[in-house]
Design a binder for this molecule. Sequence first.
Ligand code: HEM
Length: 490
Amino acid sequence: MQAIIICLDYSFLHTLFIITPLLLTSFFLLLTPFLQWWHHHSHKKLPPGSMGWPYLGETLKLYTENPNSFFSNRQKRYGDIFKTNILGCPCVMISSPEAARIVLVSEAHLFKPTYPPSKEKLIGPEAVFFQQGAYHSMLKRLVQASFLPSTIKHSVSQVDQIVTKMVPTWANTTINTLQEMKKYAFEVAAISAFGEIKEVEMEEIRELYRCLENGYNSYPLHLPGTAYWHAMKARKHLNESIRRIIERRKESSESGGGLLGVLLEARSEKKKKKKKKMMYELSDSQVSDNLIGVIFAAHDTTASALTWVLKYLHDNTNLLEAVTKEQEGIKNKLAIENRGLSWDDTRQMPFTTRVIQETLRSASILSFTFREAVTDVELEGYTIPKGWKVLPLFRSIHHSAHFFPHPDKFDPSRFEVPPRPNTYMPFGNGVHSCPGSELAKLELLVLLHHLTISYRWKVVGDEDGIQYGPFPVPKHGLPVKIIPRNKIFT
Ligand code: HEM
C-alpha cells in the first residue's frame, strides 16, 4: 500500500514536474498575443468617447436618436474626434475639417474605403468606390473623363429634352417629388453611362435596376423570396444585359458614347498600341460593375438634392422669385437668339448656383463617409488602431456655426464669398471625391430653369420632417401639387 502511495506520490511529482512547465509555456504562448496587443495599445491614446455595450456598442442609440443629435451630442461632450462602436465595429468619428482632410486627402493611402460586403456584392466588387491604389487611379481617370465639363457640355440638350418632356406631365397633378426626381436622375445617369441605347434595352435595365435598389435598401438576407435575393438575381440579369450591349458594340467595332464608350475605347486602345501605361485590361464584368456603380452613385444622391431644392424654394418665396427672375433673363435671351439652353447659359446663373450650393450644404446628402485604417494611424494626438472605421462627418462640418454662421438658416448669400478650405464637401474630398459633381449641378440647374419660369408648387400634407432612405429627404418624399405659374392654388 505504502509502495503504491509512494509510487502514486512519485508519479504525481513526476507528472507535476513534466506538466507544469508545459502548462505554463502554453499559457504564456496563448497570452502572448493578448499581452502584445495590450502593450501595444496601452501606450496609445485612443480618442475619447464611449464604446457602449459589448457588440451592440452605441448602435441602438444611433438608430433611435436623430443622427444629427447623435453626432452633435458626442461632439459637444468629447470634441471633434471621438470613438464609438457601431454594430460591433469600433469607429472614430471626425468633425474637424483638418482631420477630415488628413483622412481623405493627405494620408488617404492609410485609409481604405469600406462598405458592407452585402452591398459590395450588389453593386459589383470591382466598381471604382471599393478600390485603392493604382487600379483605383486608372478607373477614376476613365470615369472622370466621362463627366468632365468638356464632355458633359455636349449633353445639355439631352438633359434639357428629358426635363421639357417630364415637367409638363406634372402640371395640375400632385407628384411625389422624390419619385419623379428619381426617374429624372435615372434617365440622365443611364444616358451618361451607356450613351445611345435602344428603348427596349433601357426599359429592361430600368426594371432590373428598380429591383436591385429595393434589395440594396433591405435587410441582406440571401434566402429565396427576400428582397435581397431578388436583387442578387436582378444583378445577374443586369450583367447579361450589359454583356449583350458590349457584344453588339464589339461587332459593329464602334465603342459608342457614354462611360461605356470610354471604357471600351480604353481596352481597344490597349490592344492596338500594347500600351504599358494602361495597367489593366478591363474585363466585361469590370465594365459592368463600373457602369452599374456609376448609375447607383448618380441616382438617389441627385434625386435627394433635387427634392431638397424644391422644398427650400417652397419655404423661401423671396428666393424662388429671385431664381425665377434670373431664369427669365436667360429665357428671354434664348428667345431672341432662337436657340435652346446651352452649357454657357448654365454658367450665367450665379444666383441659382448659390441656391444649389446652399441646398447641398444644408441638406448634406452624404452625411458622412466610411474609411478603414489600414495600419495604426496617429491623428491629432490620438491613435486610430488598424482595422477601426473612420467616419468624416460632412454634415457636422457643414452645420458648424464656426464655419457657417446661423447654420440652420437657408441663406444662399453665404456663398457670395468662397467657404473656408475643407469646410464645404458635399461631393467629398481627395482621391475618392465625386466625379459626377458637375453633372449633378447641371441637372439641378436645368430643372430649376424650366420649373421656375413656368410653374409653382405647394407641399401637400405634412410640411416638415425628414425621412432616411438611404439619404435624407423631406418626409414622404415631398408630395407637391404643381400648377402653371399664371394660375393660383385653390
Ligand atoms: C447631388 C448629387 C451627388 C452627391 C451629393 C454626391 C456625393 C458624393 C460623395 C460625397 C462622394 C465621395 C464618397 C467618399 O469619399 O467615400 C461621391 C463619390 C462618387 N460619386 Fe457622387 N454624388 C452625387 C452625384 C453623382 C453623380 C451624378 C455621379 C455620376 C457620375 C456620381 C458618381 C460618383 C462616383 C463614381 C463616386 C466614387 C468615386 C471614387 O470612389 O473614386 N455622383 N459622391
